[in-house]
Structures are given as C-alpha cells and as structure tokens.
Design a protein around this ligand. Structure first.
Ligand SMILES: [Zn+2]
Ligand SMILES: [Zn+2]
Length: 346
C-alpha cells in the first residue's frame, strides 16, 4: 500500500510499504479521507522524537474510512461499515482513563502522532482503540471528508466545554483560521447570543462571517475599545484564543467581563510561552482561565452526533482535496494557509 511517512525534519515521503497485519482483537481500516492539521505541518517541519530514517512514522490523525477486516474476537463492528476514527487512546486502567479522559492518560497514544496514522491506504486499529469506542459508525449521509473533520471539531468541543460556553453568552474568538471558524460554528450551533471574530487578516474575518452567518467581525485597531463599544460596556462572557499569539492571550483578559471565562485554545511557539498577564483583571472580574488539549471519545461522539443530525456543517470547511500521491503539494497548500482544511481523499 501507499503511505505518506515522516523520516525526519522536512523529510516526508510517499512510499510503498506493507499493508499492516491485524490480530484477532484488531480492525483493519481502509482509509477514505484524512485531513491535514497544523500539528502535521509542525511535525513535518521540525521532525518528531523517535522518528528517523530507521523509524519512519505515517502521519495523519483526522481520519475516516471503511472497516476492511475485523479480527475474530472483535464484537460490535462489521466489515464494510463506514466509520470515523477518534485518534487518542489511553491505557484503559488509570484514573483518567476510567473517568473517560483517555486523551489525558500518561500512556496516551494516538494515530499519526506516536503510531501509524491515516495518510495511508490502510490503518491498523489496535485492540485498545476498538474497545475504547474510538470507532464511530457513520450515518446520515456524512461524507468521508466531513467525517475526517470530527477530530479537530472534537478538540474545539472540549475547549468550549471547559470554558462553559452557553446560550445567551457573548463570545469573542481571536483567530479566524480553520480552528477559529470551527469555534464560531460550534458556538452558533449552541445558540450563543453574539459571536465576535477577530483576526489580523480582514480577509479571514470576512471568510468567517460568510461561513458562519451572524458572526460580527471586529475590525478596529483597538480591540478593547471596539469590544467595549460593541457590548455596551458589558464586555464578552467568553474569549477564546485560536492563534499562536501571546498578545492575543493578554488581550483576551482585557475584553472579558465580570465572571467571564477565557480559553487559551491555541498553543504558543516554544520559547514564546512566558506571557505577562494582568492578573488583577482575573481577580477583580472573577475570571476563570482555561486550557484544553485534544479530546476524549465522548467529545468526538457528541460532535459526530451533531453533524449527523444536520446541526453542524463541517463540509464547508474543506477547501481542497488531493490524492495521497500528491501529498507534498497538499502539505504545501495547507502551509500557505490560504484555504481552510486540506484533505487527502482516497
Ligand atoms: Zn489535528
Ligand atoms: Zn490511562
């Protein structure tokens, strides 16, 4: 089979390799679609620990496919079923796994991160993923490309759950890339009263307003002044940073009102992550500051249900699809950040 494999920094190759063998408790997935994520691009640019010429890694953690083969001990899944695959697995027995947060397990593993992922014609799904519910059967006519986007959306879902985004909130999202737009889509689906979007690129804000109707672009040079005016002095209830900017994190505190919640969704580049924040804003406004990372299987399934019920349209986020053989072109296109999501379609 063909796979796009990482061999080291800047060295990703589409190569012919052996179709994985699966055991009695495992499933073989025939990949239908796998989306490219910022994490993939960072792994390609910087390389990844343990990955070298002798230990290549197949990237791709935003995956959908069709079950090609089930081991003889596998229950609950059958061959030919179209599915989406949540990437994160835990050990299954630690406290975090038992409370449903396998994505925070110390022995966490994930497709395309520390085991072979979805930029390949076939993916081996090990037994812990089979029994932890990582495989989600598709219905409702969801396309494979859309199903591949359940994963980033599940991370967005987790973040908004941490920040307790609710009906009647006013929410500001800083960063109008694919993740920022996903935050706007989810907030809208939740019935959030007013959604503001902010980005250094006016074009990106426009794109968000077009895709998520009703979203309000904040175009002023002075974010604090603009938000004060737009909210008649109330400021926002929730501010989400969906960009790798320390200035955005500092700004987020300034524009969040009494009892508000701030979510640092986007990480910062290493070495730029010591940020000066006005902690008196946290104190006197009774703010809560949240982080979030990855998503658990429940988050993933909640998103899948919303999409399959027609309450969340992820399909419009797919800007371009490429065949696996053109992986280098696909990665180059994704890196330019002109479009939203780039998908490898099989
Ligand atoms: Zn991702
Ligand atoms: Zn665990």
């Amino acid at each position: 089979m063909q796979a796009a494999r990482l061999y080291g920094p800047g060295d990703v190759r589409v190569c012919e390799c052996r179709t994985p063998e699966t055991g009695d408790d495992e499933i073989l997935l025939k990949t239908s679609a796998a989306a490219i994520c910022g994490t993939d691009l960072r792994m390609i640019a910087n390389g990844y620990r343990g990955v070298d010429e002798d230990h290549p890694l197949t990237l791709g953690h935003e995956i959908s496919g069709v079950i090609a083969k089930t081991g003889k001990n596998v229950r609950g899944y059958s061959e030919g079923t179209a599915v989406a695959l949540a990437p994160n697995m835990g050990c299954g027995v630690c406290g975090r796994c038992v409370s449903g947060d396998a994505h925070l397990c110390e022995k966490y593993t994930a497709f395309g991160i520390n085991m072979d992922g979805g930029f390949a014609e076939y993916v081996r799904i090990p037994s812990n993923a089979v029994i932890q519910g990582n495989i989600m059967a598709l219905d409702g006519g969801v396309s494979p490309d859309t199903a591949a986007l359940f994963e980033p959306m599940s991370c967005v879902f987790n973040g908004q759950e941490q920040a307790r985004v609710r009906l009647n909130d006013q929410v500001l999202i800083i960063g109008a890339g694919p993740i920022g737009i996903m935050h706007a889509l989810l907030a809208k689906a939740k019935g959030v009263e007013r959604i503001f979007i902010r980005d250094i690129s006016v074009e990106r804000m426009k794109q968000c307003v077009e895709l998520v109707k009703g979203t309000i672009a904040v175009e002023s040079d002075n974010l604090e002044e603009a938000v004060t005016e737009l909210t008649s002095g109330r400021l926002v209830d929730v501010c989400i940073t969906a960009c790798p900017s320390s200035a955005a994190q500092a700004d987020a505190l300034k524009v969040t009102g009494m009892n508000g919640r701030v979510l640092f969704f986007g990480g910062l580049p290493a070495g730029k992550d010591d940020v000066v924040l006005n902690t008196n804003l946290i104190h006197y406004r009774q703010l809560s500051i949240h982080g979030s990372t990855r998503a658990n299987v429940r988050h993933y399934r909640e998103v899948a249900k919303m999409v399959m019920a027609g309450n969340l349209d992820l399909g419009k986020l797919v800007s371009k699809t490429y065949p696996l053989s053109a992986f280098a072109d696909a990665a180059a296109y994704a890196k330019k950040a002109e479009g939203l999501k780039t998908v490898i379609s099989f």
